[in-house]
Design a protein around this ligand. Structure first.
Ligand SMILES: Cc1cc2nc3c(=O)[nH]c(=O)nc-3n(C[C@H](O)[C@H](O)[C@H](O)COP(=O)(O)OP(=O)(O)OC[C@H]3O[C@@H](n4cnc5c(N)ncnc54)[C@H](O)[C@@H]3O)c2cc1C
Length: 428
């Protein structure tokens, strides 16, 4: 079956994935030169850095999501198709999806990364990942369902297991979720559940490395550790989770933790699609690209963002970090290059590191800019400002800003709803 788009005399660029890279490229490709087809399995763009706030009832999913159709209302050359990408047929210049196949003149792969469970099916089945809006919502539902359950549990040990939470992974996601849950344990849960004793609630953060926020400098690691310990998080470092059956979490140091909730932020692996030349796929699954983001041995296939790996950058000789700025900057340059008359005019990619940051709960954050670093309240204000201006859509910015102001002054988010979507029953 053919995935149809309007007939056009323009060159057709098919973009796989509407994440940070995909939407940036679609917005910036010349409407005089290209017909752009953007394919994503969801009908909305997701702002991943704030997933943790959806998971911890700080923001509604709608505040960090933006419908592709609204985003491209004014870009008449951009056609969005909601489809799951299955594979590519390079010889026939064709992409296969679950709703049909489409030919391309140029193909851009920007399908991002997914949660890495390191091949452990038991862990995958029993933990809660946060790698999509729906997963973040599932974390929120599970947290509040478990509290409701704990409230009616009379056995002390069983209640403690229900109340205990383990977060795995000491990167930004793990640190941010831990800080946020510690704040809720202190400021919100006791008000909502006065019959529960929250001294029974332990929150563990488990990390395989010897310092938190390993992608940032020593200062951020030290400060985030100090803040989390102040908030009462039980930190376990240089230790891996070996198994989890839904109740018993076993660690590589032989210890076990009984907990009903395990939130998994322990790593990502690239999404894959069938049909690509295996020479262009590295052992870690990322696609090897040159300085123009072209796939090995290909002139009309490009990969951007988390899924791509470009070696040789002066600052990052072994490849760039999997962060939003890399995806955005690569997409911006690719659009500029493709908009040029001839490939001889193309420029090579160099990454401009704008810095990194993570928040560790109310009033606390760590920020690293190329020439300065700071932590605490000022860093927290900067973190909020940067995330606010990065959100897509004025409504989302305003909604998020008002939510944060409300939360700040009332010490209370009002989004603690358990909403599980009901699927429409399929007719036989
Ligand atoms: C919880 C979390 C917090 C983060 N926090 C930060 C942060 O604070 N700062 C920062 O810079 N970075 C952060 N990141 C990383 C950042 O979000 C990524 O680096 C960035 O999203 C990469 O952009 P991308 O365009 O390569 O891929 P993505 O943004 O992941 O987009 C990929 C798109 O492809 C689509 N897709 C995937 N597979 C298929 C398929 N088979 N068929 C159809 N569509 C498909 C997806 O739906 C998605 O829309 C965070 C990531 C997570 C998960």
């Amino acid at each position: 079956m053919e995935l149809s788009v309007p007939k056009s005399s323009l060159e057709k660029v098919v973009i796989l994935g509407g994440g940070f890279a995909g939407i940036e490229l679609a917005k910036k490709l010349s409407s005089k030169k290209y017909q752009v087809v953007l394919i994503d399995k969801n009908n909305y763009h997701q702002f991943q850095p704030l997933f943790y706030q959806v998971a911890t009832a700080g923001l509604e999913p709608s505040a960090i999501s933006f419908p592709f159709r609204k985003l491209f209302q004014k870009n008449k050359n951009v056609h969005f198709r909601m489809a799951k990408i299955d594979g590519v047929d390079i010889a026939n210049q064709e992409v296969h999806t679950d709703i049909g196949s489409i030919k391309y003149d140029k193909l851009v792969i920007a399908i991002g990364a997914t949660t890495n469970f390191y091949g452990n099916a038991e862990i995958e089945k029993n933990v809660l990942p946060i790698k999509s809006t729906s997963e973040a919502l599932a974390v929120r539902n599970s947290l509040f369902q478990t509290l409701e359950q704990a409230l009616t549990e009379t056995n002390r040990d069983k209640r403690k297991t229900l109340l205990t939470i383990a977060i795995v992974g000491g990167g930004p996601t793990g640190v941010e979720v831990s800080g946020s849950l510690a704040d809720m344990r202190r400021l919100i849960f006791p008000k909502d559940y006065p019959e529960l004793d929250f001294t029974e609630m332990d929150i563990y953060l488990i990390d395989g490395g010897d310092r938190l926020l390993g992608g940032m400098k020593e200062h951020a690691s030290t400060k985030s550790k100090e803040y989390l310990e102040k908030l009462g998080i039980k930190l376990i470092q240089q230790c891996h989770v070996t198994s989890y059956d839904g109740e018993k979490l076993v660690l590589s140091n032989g210890k076990t933790i009984l907990c009903h909730t395990v939130i998994w932020g322990a790593g990502v692996k690239p999404n894959t699609i069938k049909g690509l030349d295996q020479d262009s796929i590295l052992p870690n699954g990322r696609m090897k690209v040159n300085a123009f983001n072209q796939l090995e041995n290909e002139t009309s296939i490009f990969a951007l963002g988390d899924v791509a790996l470009m070696e040789g950058d002066e600052l990052f000789p072994k490849g760039h970090p999997q962060v939003a700025q890399v995806a955005i900057q690569q997409a911006t340059l690719l659009a500029k290059n493709l908009n040029k008359k001839h490939p001889s005019e193309w420029k090579k990619f160099t990454y401009k590191d704008l810095g990194s940051m993570a928040t560790v709960g109310r009033n606390l954050a760590v920020v690293e800019f190329p020439k300065m670093k700071f932590a605490g309240f000022f860093a927290w204000c900067i973190w909020m400002f940067v995330h606010l201006i990065s959100l897509i859509g004025t409504k989302n910015k305003i909604q998020t800003f008002l939510n944060w102001v409300w939360n700040y002054f009332t010490y209370d988010q009002s989004l603690r709803l358990i909403i599980s979507p009901k699927q429409k029953e399929k007719k036989e």
